[in-house]
Design a protein around this ligand. Structure first.
Ligand code: SF4
Length: 176
């Protein structure tokens, strides 16, 4: 794996702020899954209960020695400013994943920083997902404790209480 070449790709696609960890540093916890199922109003096809078990998620991450934590920071300009819809959240990241794969990193897989918004209306079921080639789960959907994972490497993240608060979001890019 050529980390220098991979990082060059990160910058080409506009991901300038990142840190490397291993898959074993990605903290996967059962409580995250419970919060998804019982305390979140969303029902995307890329969310629990459509997701693999927590044990499978943990095993999946542990199979990677190189995981880039990609950081994006935005401050909403108004109450309607949905920073989750920035290109970095979806299209750019998928394009980067594809490029890294074509470069020979055959295990490359992107875990985006926000829930899939490829369709106007989500089917809510994995079996009927309309764009499975583009749909990816978020870290939280795979049981990742994003707060703990990023804080351990010195990245900022806080619970937000006002729409004007600066938002720190994180994608994971597994590369090998
Ligand atoms: S591609 Fe469409 S149907 Fe599939 S998870 Fe994304 S929004 Fe839902």
């Amino acid at each position: 794996m050529n980390k220098e070449a991979i990082e060059k790709r990160f910058h080409e696609y506009g991901f300038d702020d990142y840190k490397w960890i291993t898959g074993r540093d990605v903290i996967v916890q059962q409580w995250v899954r419970f919060k998804c199922i019982f305390a979140c109003p969303g029902n995307s096809a890329m969310c629990p209960p459509n997701m693999p078990s927590i044990d499978d998620c943990r095993r999946f991450f542990s199979e990677y020695e190189a995981v880039a934590v990609l950081h994006d920071q935005k401050t909403p300009q108004s109450e309607d400013d949905d920073v989750a819809l920035s290109p970095k959240a979806g299209e750019d990241l998928l394009a980067l994943e594809r490029q890294l794969f074509l470069d020979g990193n055959y295990k490359a897989m992107a875990i985006p920083m926000t829930v899939c918004s490829q369709c106007v209306e989500c089917t809510g079921l994995l079996a009927t997902c309309r764009q499975q080639d583009k749909a990816r789960p978020t870290p939280e959907a795979l049981g990742v404790d994003v707060f703990e994972t990023v804080r351990r490497i010195g990245f900022p993240i806080e619970v937000l209480t006002d729409y004007r608060d600066t938002v720190d979001r994180y994608a994971l890019l597994l590369v090998e």
